[in-house]
Design a protein around this ligand. Structure first.
Ligand code: GBH
Length: 437
């Protein structure tokens, strides 16, 4: 239930925003080179409703209307992503130039993410050279937008891109490499480090990354379940965070990575100005069960050293993900305890839920609960500087197509009509209260 108590006030200067990503909203497929997602969705059976992101929210043609909605919402900042395949196409950077101008004119701070899963087709994260090429592209974008963009995000959720795209094959590029996907993690981390250097060289002093994290709860107190949950937690919460924040991989992992790992770790651990956390739900994990399981809509193979179980006793979203606000407090206080002063200020770069309908009270309940949980983490000493709702508007939800709606704004994909939902009005009012007091 949504209580009537106001959400406690967040610290002065707290950055309130919403997030989207290029492939999920932009459309205008003809004005970009193909990405691995364009190739992937052209294949049969990859997306639940058989859809593609060729048009999506047609944002490339409707960005003015979308920026007006952002301005009316009253956010301080807008987190979007820059599509590398679009930048490679003729005139591609011009679009981001116009978008950034429009945002600045509307008083909304642009916070671009430089990679949100839409790798140019033909490039491959199994190849080390992709990291170098990423840094070149980042330098080009920074050269063009750096006079107006000050806050940068390098990568979005390299963990999910590795796991879903390269280990399990349910996302592009659709590989089923299981643990042979580890070089994909290393090369993305290297790309991140090289991008940080390229951004610093261009004068940037406000750089972060957005990683997906969540508490991992053992299915029982049995040793086998606890070990499996610990291992899953290591993959989700440490495989990327340890090298970024501590400069080394968790024990035993560095040996599995390609190249001169010691040298690379110096690049990967370039200091960050803030650390982005995308949080949705905790995960219940037990020992392998020898069967396929359904993991939030994803079929997990049995030959993994863990199995993902259902979390009972909580409401679930349309995606089947449990709604557990207190797990956000748990996650952030555990992060602070683990990384101590090595953890830079935290920004929640994504948080949200899939629900249908314009009168989306369930989304309001979700967001309200998570903001209270976030505030408890602040009270417990975690330095949190911002919060971004996923997502501004309904969009192409990857392997789920258009069947899962995360937006504060409803999109009718037949007409492209945008309609603010009840949650939009609720967030708008919250932002006014937070800014006024
Ligand atoms: C993000 O990934 C992406 O950055 C964004 O593009 C996407 O649209 C958004 O989330 C919504 O999906 O089955 O209960 O254990 C989120 C990655 C992976 C987080 C699956 C939740 C399953 C939770 N998600 N995970 S559960």
């Amino acid at each position: 239930m949504v209580t009537t108590n106001p959400i406690p006030r967040f610290p002065a200067g707290f950055l309130w925003g919403v997030s989207t990503s290029a492939h999920q909203i932009e459309g205008a497929v003809e004005a970009r080179e193909p990405s691995v997602w364009d190739v992937f969705t052209d294949g049969p059976g990859r997306v639940r409703d058989g859809s593609t992101a060729a048009v999506a929210c047609d944002h490339v043609h409707r960005y003015r209307e979308d920026v007006a909605l952002l301005a009316d919402l009253g956010v301080d900042a807008y987190r979007f992503s820059v599509s590398w395949p679009r930048v490679r196409a003729k005139g591609g950077l011009d679009f981001y130039d116009r978008l950034v101008d429009e945002l600045c004119a509307a008083g909304v701070r642009p916070v671009p993410t430089l990679f949100h899963w839409d790798l140019p087709a033909g490039l491959d994260w199994l190849e080390r050279d992709t990291a170098r090429r990423f840094a070149e592209y980042v330098a080009e974008v920074a050269g063009r937008l750096g006079d107006r963009v000050t806050k940068w995000t390098t990568l979005n959720e390299p963990a999910e891109h590795t796991l879903l795209g390269h280990a399990l094959g349910v996302h592009a590029p659709g590989r089923n490499l299981l643990f042979d996907a580890l070089p994909v993690a290393h090369h993305q981390l290297l790309a991140h480090g090289l991008a940080v250097r390229a951004l610093r060289a261009a004068g940037a002093d406000d750089i972060g990354i957005a990683n997906s994290h969540g508490p991992t709860w053992p299915a029982s107190d049995d040793e086998a379940d606890r070990a499996a949950a610990g291992f899953y937690g290591l993959l989700l919460n440490r495989l990327f965070a340890d090298p970024l924040l501590l400069g080394h991989y968790p024990d035993g992992i560095g040996e599995l990575m390609p190249g001169d790992v010691e040298q690379d770790l110096k690049v990967i651990a370039e200091p960050l100005d803030w650390y982005g956390v995308n949080y949705y739900a905790p995960t219940r994990v037990g020992a392998p069960q020898g069967t396929e399981i359904d993991f939030g809509g994803v079929r997990m193979p049995a030959d993994l050293p863990f199995s993902v179980r259902e979390i009972e006793g909580y409401p679930v979203t349309d995606f089947g993900w449990p709604v557990v606000p207190e797990a956000l407090t748990e996650l952030l206080t555990a992060f602070r305890a683990r990384y101590g002063d090595r953890l830079p200020p935290v920004v929640i770069t994504e948080n949200g839920c899939a629900y249908d309908g314009l009168d989306d009270r369930d989304r309001i309940t979700y967001l309200d609960g998570h903001l209270r949980a976030l505030h408890r983490a602040v009270e417990a000493g975690v330095d949190v500087r911002g919060y971004f709702v996923w997502s501004l508007m309904d969009n192409f939800e990857w392997a789920e197509g258009y069947a899962r709606r995360f937006g504060l704004i409803h999109v009718d994909f037949a007409t492209q009509e945008r309609t603010p939902k009840a949650s939009y009005d609720w967030y708008r009012k919250l932002l006014r209260e937070q800014h006024d007091r």
